[in-house]
Design a protein around this ligand. Structure first.
Ligand SMILES: Cc1cc2nc3c(=O)[nH]c(=O)nc-3n(C[C@H](O)[C@H](O)[C@H](O)COP(=O)(O)OP(=O)(O)OC[C@H]3O[C@@H](n4cnc5c(N)ncnc54)[C@H](O)[C@@H]3O)c2cc1C
Length: 469
């Protein structure tokens, strides 16, 4: 074992230090595209231990990459070269008691999102972040990527839900910013800076999160629509009519439905009609006096009269509601099980989604005739997971992948959007950022990184690489 390995093993004990030979489960990213063998995996149980690990790694000049649930889709939670330390927060998973009167809760970074949801059941409060990986993703990882998910258009991204943070800096110094108020304008918004920093500015160890009143009632509908233009038109009217009670507006396409039904057992499609696109709509309220079904059926009837909605159904039970959500949430899994795929996480102004679909479709078809295009995502904030499967009979995209990625990313950027909407840059999108963001933006990011981590030991491969010129 190296000197640093021995030191960390001494600090953390056998439960807290996994040597290189046993580190395989932490080594590769979720999509198995990135990762290199580590010196070992540090699994501290306290902030003091995180601080000691960081201090030792800093002194040795060895890179450290924090890892949460390792569900990130851009390769940000694994090493870019052998020999660094993976710092897993999994043992720091405590969940405090909710402060009911203030609407907040303090948690440790390793707490799994779904466990937080379960802990809040019956408290009358909820944490409004939902995504397909919530059974594994941890609060620290969600902060690290500034996660979005299906309710972000209504309640904000992670940066809007974090009130306070405790962070261990590159040299082991602990910043205690565990305040529990939304309003704190005492200088730069440090807590926001760590949201989306992907482990390059510090290690989040604890957070105070904002809670919202839990819904007392909800109504969930699954709708069939002819095409993207109808989906955008219907979504616009729905947002205007339902206002603040609209909490879910997710879309997927017929290819995605087909793949999910084919590959994911136990999924069922409850309607007779098929269309080009599908919408999962949810309205919810903490008040039991809000006429939710009336609001929803009113817009639905309008959509049907206008020919925008071909068919639809409202969930009659909690089980049916979950079944509708699974049709949307299993979209990534359906496509993964189909074989090779290219994932793009773009955002465009919501009113331009249909225009984007048309232009992106033409670009991709031009580059790879017969490419199978499977867009799904979050209609109300314009976030499209524009995913591609190769033409029937082809195993992958080969060297056409780069051109496809650049074309889709460039189009979204030119339309006033983003090529990295909610998954971050990680290692996967550093090249795209270099190509599509201005040198000014890149320099500002590099300046920040170097100010927080002059020794370049914090996740040096992600976002803007520490050795960038
Ligand atoms: C099926 C599926 C569905 C998904 N759906 C969504 C979605 O709807 N919306 C969305 O935004 N994302 C989605 N994701 C992506 C992923 O779940 C999110 O990026 C999530 O925030 C990652 O959390 P994690 O704990 O797994 O973090 P990891 O993957 O472990 O880490 C992500 C990044 O955060 C850093 N990090 C981890 N812990 C810390 C810490 N304590 N302090 C500082 N930095 C840290 C890591 O170094 C890495 O750069 C999905 C992923 C899958 C597999």
């Amino acid at each position: 074992m190296t000197e640093l390995g021995e030191r960390l093993s001494g600090i953390l004990g056998p439960k807290g230090w996994i040597p290189a030979a046993e580190a395989a489960p932490w080594t590769r990213d979720w999509l198995d595209r990135f990762g290199a063998p580590p010196l070992g995996v540090a699994r501290p149980a306290t902030t003091a231990e995180v601080s000691a690990v960081m201090g030792a790694a800093h002194a040795a000049g060895v890179p450290v990459v924090p890892q949460g649930g390792n569900t990130g889709l851009c390769g940000g939670a694994v090493l870019g070269a052998p020999g660094g330390v993976i710092l897993s927060l999994a043992r720091m998973a405590a969940c405090g008691e909710p402060d009911i009167a203030s609407g907040s809760i303090e948690v440790e970074a390793g707490l799994v999102l779904q466990v937080l949801h379960e802990a809040l059941e019956g408290a009358g409060l909820m944490f409004p972040m939902h995504l397909g990986a919530e059974g594994s993703a941890q609060i620290g990882g969600l902060i690290g990527t500034n996660a979005g998910g299906s309710h972000a258009f209504r309640f904000g991204m992670m940066q809007d839900l974090v009130l306070g943070l405790e962070v261990v800096l590159a040299d082991g110094t602990v910043w205690d910013g565990l305040r529990a108020v939304q309003k704190d304008n005492a200088g730069y918004q440090l807590r926001r800076l760590f949201c989306g920093s992907e482990g390059t500015l510090g290690i989040v160890t604890r957070a105070v999160l904002k809670l919202y009143p839990a819904p007392r009632q909800r109504a969930t509908a699954l709708l069939v629509l002819p095409d993207a233009a109808a989906t955008v038109a219907f979504g616009t009217r729905l947002r205007a009519e339902a206002g603040e009670v609209l909490t879910g507006l997710e879309f997927f396409c017929d290819l995605g439905l087909d793949l999910a039904l084919r590959h994911v057992p136990a999924l069922t499609y409850p309607l007779q009609t098929r269309g080009g696109f599908y919408l999962l709509v949810e309205v919810a309220s903490a008040s039991d006096r809000m006429p939710l079904e009336e609001i929803l059926t009113g817009v639905l009837e309008w959509g049907m009269e206008e020919g925008l909605v071909l068919d639809g159904t409202i969930a009659a039970s909690d089980a049916q509601r979950s079944a509708f959500w699974r049709l949307r949430e299993e979209q990534p899994e359906g496509q993964r099980l189909e074989g090779a795929q290219l994932k793009h996480d773009v955002a465009v102004p919501p009113g331009r989604i249909a225009e984007f679909m048309e232009a992106a479709g033409a670009l991709c078809e031009g580059l790879v005739p017969g490419v199978r295009i499977n867009p799904f995502g979050h209609l109300a904030d314009g976030n499209i997971h524009y995913n591609l499967s190769p033409p029937h009979g082809e195993a992958g995209f080969g060297d056409r992948a780069r051109d496809l990625g650049l074309a889709v990313a460039k189009l979204a950027t030119e339309m006033g959007g983003s090529f990295a909407a909610e998954h971050g840059l990680g290692q996967a999108k550093v090249g795209l950022a270099d190509a599509l963001r201005s040198p000014v933006e890149r320099r500002l990011m590099l300046t920040l990184r170097r100010a927080f981590d002059p020794g370049a030991t914090l996740n040096p491969w992600a976002v803007v690489p520490a050795d960038a010129a």
